[in-house]
Ligand binder design. Structure first.
Ligand code: 5GP
Length: 191
């Protein structure tokens, strides 16, 4: 058994900032384990149970919450999301890098609890650019896009907060160029 403790890496960022593309690139890299969150939102086309998320009913989610099964959890756009506790405990105990892709409120819970790790926020170059990317992606109607833009504005403000005298995020990366951003995250992971 290794006595080297693994590292938790938290990646956050508004919908449309490029966070999912960054995580997709990191998934190609060996040695990084990805958290599979639980969610009550409906499955999107192309998503797979147990791979993209554990899709749960609200009742099931709430039962697991009451049983303290989640490391952190949050409501996002009316749906519940949570990180199952045990995969991280196991990965860190075995010296592996464990990556969680979560929103800001969940990140704050981890920071408040003094959870060690590398906390990275991927930001869009501007709100106008974020709106443009969401429109280009074409997966949301205009009302949903404006809702996501509003959430993004709140998240951008919250990302700059401090928790117990420490910045919430260690690094805020502005994603102007995806390849460069991926390279920057990879460099951070190697550091
Ligand atoms: P989506 O529905 O687009 O997959 O995710 C919506 C938001 O929820 C994203 O910001 C994503 O990072 C966040 N999220 C996904 N899983 C979790 C989780 O387990 N905990 C928290 N706090 N946020 C999550």
């Amino acid at each position: 058994m290794s006595n080297l403790r693994g590292r938790l890496v938290v990646i956050s960022g508004p919908s449309g900032a490029g966070k999912t593309s960054v995580c997709r690139a990191l998934k190609q890299q060996p040695g990084i384990e990805f958290s599979v969150s639980a969610t009550t939102r409906v499955m999107r086309p192309g998503e797979r149970e147990g791979i993209d998320y554990h899709f749960l009913s609200r009742e099931d989610f709430q039962r697991r919450l009451a049983e303290n099964q989640f490391l952190e959890w949050a409501t996002y756009n009316g749906n519940l999301y949570g990180t199952p506790r045990w995969p991280m405990d196991q990965a860190l105990a075995q010296g592996r890098t464990f990556l969680v892709e979560i929103e800001v409120k969940g990140t704050r819970q981890l920071r408040e609890r003094g959870q060690e790790g590398l906390y990275v926020f991927i930001a869009p170059p501007s709100i106008a650019e974020l709106r443009r990317r969401l429109q280009l992606r074409g997966t949301n109607d205009s009302q949903e896009i404006e809702q996501r833009v509003r959430i993004a504005e709140d998240e951008l403000a919250a990302a700059r907060e401090t928790v117990a005298g420490r910045p919430l995020y260690d690094v805020i990366l502005e994603n102007r160029d995806l390849e460069q951003t991926i390279g920057a995250v990879q460099a951070l992971l190697r550091s």
